[in-house]
Design a protein around this ligand. Structure first.
Ligand code: GAP
Length: 449
């Protein structure tokens, strides 16, 4: 089903496990349903995704500031937001095999697992509950946040007062959210513990439609700039009856995952719902005062809300390729350089002492700039394959000639082309290539191989 017809979920799960991107949670105990651990390469990829988002949404703009709120919040937050009363999915049980399903996702009214009769739907609240302090009683119930957004709304006044931001402006946050989903699956696509990247953009009422349009385009362009194939992305506008209770309008950005088109991110017009509700429940005025006109207003909010794990999965699926290399097939992750866990790998041709010394020196200088791998095991061909499979854009081979001519071979992941360049030009050359300079543009003293 995917645009990239070489990829399926089994291949992605297998590569992630084999190469240390993603493991099942509590693996040695048999795993914990729908929970996942990011391994040494996965944690770098995930961090790069979040950094790219933060850079685009906060650092490269004057009108958005960041925040990092606690996961546990006052329980009234979730009453005001509507989550206590309304954040639920319709649950049905199979009378025969006892499997549970989301009624709104079933095509037929018989159990998809055994064909058995299903119970009447009942509303199941998706928030995880726990207790604050040592006594487990209802007055001590707190919830693990099901979205990061509410932490932003309840800090609206703090941010306005401390930053003196003028409308329109945004507050961004990334972090964990928890939902006790009835059905999970498709690897990290839907899990019970996941990460979100959310931004609440506060604007004057009446300008909200324009800002929705603006953010829709910004967010689509973010995925495109990071290399997602345009054919694998589309907008889907929510119909009136599927809009969340707080939203006036909403567009999903969908990606063609191996299981079909599915939501990657939602961009919603939340109007003044959240600030109005929190003002009502907290008794605090959350109005914005326009200094010039003295006007008091409750801003409208446009919210681009993306899933970190879903983005990671989309970037992995988009990057996955199998292609012929001599008599074999190679698996390559054609990740955008800014997302690749390692930008460069240093590969000494042998473990001979003088070669290792030079390779380590090169490694030390390159790793000042970028996360850099070092691999001196097995044949050079096998090592290139390993780096291809984890998406390393450039490999630097240090051979016996390097000791004499003070040059190294640089190999490009996607084209497998090689150039020979002076060690003294290496960092500058890699820097240019990682920023998009064509591979065959050579530094002084360089040549194509
Ligand atoms: N604040 C609005 C909000 O949370 P949402 O559509 O429920 O909206 C936003 O979630 C994004 O969070 C989704 O587009 C998706 O990328 C991610 N997300 C939501 N539930 C998820 C889950 N169970 N597992 C992984 N990601 C999830």
């Amino acid at each position: 089903m995917s645009e990239n017809n070489q990829v399926n979920m089994e291949k992605i799960v297998s590569l992630c496990r084999r190469r240390g991107f993603i493991f099942p949670s509590s693996d040695i105990y048999g795993g914990l349903s729908s929970c996942w651990d990011y391994g040494p390469l996965g944690v770098e990829l995930k961090r790069n995704v979040k950094d790219a988002w933060w850079k685009a949404m906060v650092h490269n703009r004057d009108d958005v500031v960041g925040l990092d709120c606690s996961i546990l919040m006052h329980p009234d937050v979730w009453k005001a937001s509507g989550h206590v009363d309304g954040f639920s999915d319709p649950l049905v049980d199979c009378m025969s095999c006892k499997m549970r399903w989301r009624a709104d996702e079933l095509k037929e009214q018989v159990c998809p697992s055994c064909g058995g009769k299903l119970s009447e739907p009942r509303q199941f609240n998706l928030m995880f509950k726990t207790f604050m302090g040592p006594v487990e009683e209802s007055t001590n119930i707190v919830y693990l946040r099901p979205e990061t957004a509410q932490g932003i709304f309840v800090n609206f006044e703090n941010v306005v007062n401390t930053t003196r931001k003028k409308l329109p402006f945004g507050i961004a946050q990334t972090g964990k959210s928890f939902r006790n989903e009835i059905t999970t699956g498709n690897f990290i696509f839907r899990s019970r513990e996941f990460e979100q990247m959310e931004m609440e953009f506060f604007c004057m009422p009446g300008t909200d439609d324009e800002w929705l349009e603006y953010w829709r385009n910004e967010r689509m362009n973010w995925y495109l700039k990071l290399g997602i194939n345009p054919e694998s992305l589309r907008f889907r506008e929510h119909t009136k009856d599927e809009l969340a209770h707080y939203a006036k309008g909403c567009y999903d950005i969908e990606f063609m995952f191996p299981m079909g088109w599915s939501e990657l991110e939602g961009i919603a017009n939340r109007c003044d719902f959240d600030l109005t509700q929190h003002a009502r429940f907290s008794g605090k005025s959350l109005e914005y005062v326009n200094n010039e006109s003295g006007e008091h207003i409750v801003p409208y909010v446009i919210e681009p809300s993306a899933g970190v794990d879903r983005s990671v999965l989309a970037f992995l699926c988009n990057a996955y390729c199998e292609e012929p290399d001599k008599d074999e097939m190679r698996t390559v992750l054609k990740l955008h350089p800014s997302l690749a866990p390692y930008k460069v790998a240093i590969l000494p041709l042998s473990r001979k002492e003088n070669l290792v010394k030079l390779a380590k020196e090169i490694h030390t200088s390159v790793r000042q700039q970028w996360i850099t791998g070092y691999d001196d095991t097995q044949s050079i061909g096998r090592r290139y394959r390993r780096q291809d499979e984890i998406g390393t854009p450039y490999c630097v081979t240090v051979d016996f000639d390097s000791l004499e001519d003070k040059q190294v071979t640089v190999r490009e992941r996607d084209s497998m082309k090689q150039i020979r360049i002076p060690i003294s030009e290496l960092v500058k050359t890699l820097s240019a290539k990682l920023c998009g300079e064509p591979f065959d543009v050579l530094p002084p003293g360089g040549r194509c191989l």
